[in-house]
Design a protein around this ligand. Structure first.
Ligand SMILES: Nc1ncnc2c1ncn2[C@@H]1O[C@H](COP(=O)(O)OP(=O)(O)OP(=O)(O)O)[C@@H](O)[C@H]1O
Ligand SMILES: [Mg+2]
Length: 248
């Protein structure tokens, strides 16, 4: 008989006893949580809390010193193509000489057969994705010449052309304009409605938090995790940010 969330097909992501060390420094210590389908989850914590490390560890970009990560009940890494990742902006080479359209087309690379040429259907997909993030008019512009917010929307479009279940976004809203913020938050709502889950690292503890279903508070350890209204209170925030300034 099927009684738990996993066998009912509701679970998207399970992180079990995940630990990461950089040399002697323990960056994440025994982190466990489960995220169902159709959730938008904010990962919140002070500088150096391990937010980026958590996302990178899930994707195998930094080695785990313990634990495991499952996507829909099976190890995530062999299903890596079912997960979209947008890194923290500082880690991307923004001088790359590519057009907006090129950048989004790159998202299709894993789905093209060797020697397959790009066809009209591929450009249509790219155009649809650029429309969703309201960047279609910039399709022939250089990525390096866009504002930070516009670049962020293009990178989101690149992940939208992919057939993925889970989106991992590292600080997509930092320093972006109001339009970009609204576009990105609306896409989170659309992705939820499509049955996907989104994990989004967030620095800012302002109004934006209301758009998340769940909050994961991190500070090397898992400080708290659960529905936003249960977790987002001053007691938990004080535990996560003790001694550091929270950006409210
Ligand atoms: N490649 C690395 N080598 C060594 N230590 C690292 C490396 N990356 C991160 N760290 C350390 O691990 C800890 C967690 O870093 P991480 O970048 O995951 O934090 P974060 O929560 O994303 O911070 P921020 O809010 O500044 O982006 C920090 O102490 C950091 O100095
Ligand atoms: Mg980070």
């Amino acid at each position: 008989m099927c009684v738990d969330l996993l066998c009912s097909g509701v679970v998207m992501l399970q992180v079990e006893h995940l630990s990461v060390r950089y040399g002697e420094n323990i960056a994440l210590d025994d982190i466990s949580f489960t995220i169902p389908r159709q959730r938008v989850v904010g990962i919140i914590g002070p500088n150096g809390a391990g937010k980026s490390t958590l996302i990178k560890a899930m994707l195998g970009l930094v080695p785990l010193s313990g634990g495991q990560v499952l996507l829909k009940g099976k190890p995530l890494l062999p299903q890596r193509q079912r997960v979209a990742y947008i890194p923290q902006r500082a880690s991307i080479d923004w001088d790359f000489p590519a057009t907006v359209q090129d950048v989004v087309l790159m998202g299709l690379t894993p789905y093209l057969k060797l020697s397959e040429n790009l066809q009209e259907k591929h450009y249509t997909l790219v155009n649809e994705a650029l429309n969703r993030v309201r960047m279609a008019e910039f399709s022939q512009g250089r990525i390096g010449e866009l504002s930070g917010g516009q670049q962020q929307r293009v990178f989101l479009a690149r992940s939208l052309v992919q057939a993925v279940d889970l989106y991992l976004l590292d600080e997509p809203l930092v320093g972006v304009d109001q339009t970009t913020e609204q576009v990105i938050l609306n896409i989170f709502d659309e992705l939820r409605a499509e049955g996907k889950s989104v994990l989004v690292v967030n620095h800012d503890l302002g109004q934006v938090v209301k758009r998340y279903d769940d909050i994961l508070l991190l500070r090397k350890n898992l400080v708290a995790f659960g529905e936003r209204d249960q977790v987002f209170n001053s007691e938990n925030l004080n535990r996560a940010y003790a001694g550091q300034v929270a950006l409210v």
